[in-house]
Design a protein around this ligand. Structure first.
Ligand SMILES: Cc1ncc(COP(=O)(O)O)c(C=O)c1O
Length: 326
């Protein structure tokens, strides 16, 4: 007699819905976006790449760790490439769809350099579709409470997912579970530890746990709420924003980047008021000049959350506190 593949009986699991996730069709599933990225580079035998100075160190170190050479480029205030770059199939260019607000720029990069010379980083743009180019990568945990995970869509027909599957995601669940019943302060250290751990993992396939959690999300509802929230923030803050944010219809960005031309709370005052906004990305300052646009994006821009957790009243309260004369 052979054993059953599916256990029957025993204790119950955490109750989560199963939902259709058509947006995942065709995705190669990894343990992080950086893994998806370096795996694509390795499979295409790419030894050098153009990357923006304005990007997190996690992507830079993942690439340098593989001995791949990086040529850097700068961006201008419209998030366009501001330098003479010469990408090719053997030295492609990575363009970041910043905050999920740069779809037109990403498409323009592909049109200009050709689909075989470009990889798009949609880590901040979960709700942007994969582009017709060498590859598009995603990092779902920036949009949903999952412990890790990365996605790759590629037109390269022989791309293979990794053979070894990550089974350590359960060690990165504490802050997610704790957040169900309280604020972010009590397990912030756990979150930091989990993020650090992701940086130490080798390229692996997405864990079964992360895959199952992703299978339960309400993609369409989250998208709708984000789009509504971003539109609201643009309506009340757009005129006070030095960044010329174009919000395409239904754009569901990572956050609302706000470079204020009026007095706001300082970062320290925000934390005192329990407003926690990220910085993108302090490490960039070591790669750019003090007077560059990229430096302003690090030091002067606030990244206001607009995700599915917030109602309009929440955002109204935040803006009233943060920009008193908005
Ligand atoms: C623009 C961008 N690309 C890629 C990544 C890497 O994503 P992951 O942490 O899933 O490897 C990040 C964040 O770390 C990011 O901000």
């Amino acid at each position: 007699m052979s054993k059953l593949n599916k256990a029957i009986g025993g204790y119950m699991e955490l109750e989560l819905p199963y939902r259709e996730q058509p947006w995942l069709d065709g995705a190669l599933k990894y343990n992080s976006a950086r893994s998806a990225f370096v795996s694509l580079l390795e499979q295409l035998n790419i030894r050098s790449i153009w990357m923006p100075r304005y990007i997190c160190d996690s992507m830079i170190s993942a690439v340098t760790r593989q001995g791949i050479q990086i040529y850097f480029y700068s961006i201008n205030q419209n998030f366009e490439i501001a330098e003479n770059v010469t990408p090719s199939r053997s030295t492609p260019l990575l363009y970041v769809n910043y905050f999920g607000l740069c779809e037109p720029q990403a498409q323009e990069v592909i049109n200009h350099f050709g689909p075989d010379s470009v990889i798009i980083d949609n880590a901040q743009a979960l709700f942007s579709k994969p582009f017709d180019c060498l590859g598009t990568i995603y990092s779902p945990r920036k949009f949903f409470g999952v412990p890790d995970g990365g996605l790759l869509f590629t037109k390269y027909p022989n791309a293979q997912p990794p053979k070894i599957r990550d089974d350590s995601s359960i060690n990165r669940m504490t802050h997610l579970i704790s957040r169900l019943s309280g604020g972010p302060e009590s397990t912030y250290a756990e979150y930091v530890r989990a993020e650090k751990e992701i940086g130490l993992l080798p390229v692996m396939a997405m864990s079964n746990l992360t895959n199952r959690l992703l299978g339960s999300i309400d993609y369409d509802k989250s998208r709708r709420l984000r789009a509504r929230n971003a539109k609201y923030l643009q309506k009340i803050l757009g005129k006070k924003n030095k960044l010329a944010i174009e919000l395409p219809k239904d754009a569901a960005p990572l956050c609302y980047p706000f470079y204020s031309n009026v007095q706001t709370l300082s970062r320290a005052e925000m934390i005192e008021n329990r407003i926690f906004v990220p910085s993108y990305w302090t490490e960039v300052l070591s790669r750019v000049t003090e007077d560059s646009f990229e430096a302003r994006m690090v030091t002067d821009v606030f990244y206001i959350p607009c995700d599915q957790r917030y109602q309009i009243q929440d955002l109204q309260a935040l803006v009233n506190l943060f920009v008193p004369r908005a």
